[in-house]
Design a protein around this ligand. Structure first.
Ligand code: URA
Length: 231
């Protein structure tokens, strides 16, 4: 494909705009600045604009390290949406494959592929999520069994699915919890049902995909094909 056509598709730019962007010298292909729109690019080319990789035409799959204070929705009117952390075009096409509360940190997946996100969020698929939880009060040893049997939540007919609780640090009231559902405020409500309170919540893993330890809060990267296919 021609570079100018590639930019039109990827950035939603007109051919005239794409030509201007290329002429400005901000576009590189495989590390070399390219100033001609007729340059041919193939699927395995790395195309960058101002040093940032431009997603090829087609679905985008993003992992974001969500910091505190950002909401996982397009509009909130009060808090910042986590979308402001992305330097992406056609933002309106993106959605969160599972949300985190405003005060929860960690791994969120963002995509424009609805079928893919359904595999992560649909209860039918029982995709596991691992949370590191810091509690206000000491962790009781009986929690492990209570979580494994399912917890009765307020205003829910059915108990939660069996969940795995691992006590990480008793002094710090720190545990790892693996759940396979995504009910509203689920983790906080599970601990509230046992008379405890979540002080801080951090999502470390979704399915087999862990938050990249090279990412700082607020940073993101694209998933590899292997990571995309893991769901
Ligand atoms: N459970 C919660 O209570 N909050 C989150 O952000 C995620 C899971």
């Amino acid at each position: 494909m021609r570079l100018d056509k590639f930019l039109c598709d990827a950035l939603g730019a007109t051919r005239k705009e794409a030509t201007k962007i290329i002429k400005s010298g901000d576009v590189s292909v495989n590390g070399a600045v390219v100033k001609s729109g007729s340059t041919k690019v193939s699927d395995d080319c790395l195309v960058e604009w101002q040093g940032r990789e431009i997603a090829k035409q087609g679905p985008r799959y993003i992992m974001l390290y969500k910091p505190e204070g950002f909401v996982c929705s397009h509009e909130d009117g009060f808090n910042h949406t986590a979308f402001v952390l992305l330097d992406e075009v056609k933002m309106e096409n993106l959605h969160f494959a599972g949300r985190l509360d405003v005060d929860t940190t960690g791994l969120v997946l963002i995509t424009d592929d609805g079928k893919w996100s359904h595999r992560i969020t649909s209860p039918k698929h029982k995709c596991s999520k691992v949370y590191r939880v810091w509690l206000a009060d000491p962790v009781q040893p009986e929690y492990v069994e209570q979580f494994s049997k399912g917890i009765e939540l307020k205003n829910e007919k059915e108990p939660t699915l069996p969940a795995e609780l691992v006590i990480v640090d008793e002094q710090e009231n720190e545990v790892l919890l693996t759940i396979q559902e995504g009910k509203y405020h689920q983790v906080k409500r599970m601990f509230a049902a046992l008379g405890n309170k979540v002080e801080h919540l951090h999502r470390e893993q979704i399915g087999t995909l862990s938050l990249d330890e090279n990412l700082q809060p607020g940073e993101y990267r694209y998933l590899t094909q292997e990571e995309v296919d893991s769901f």
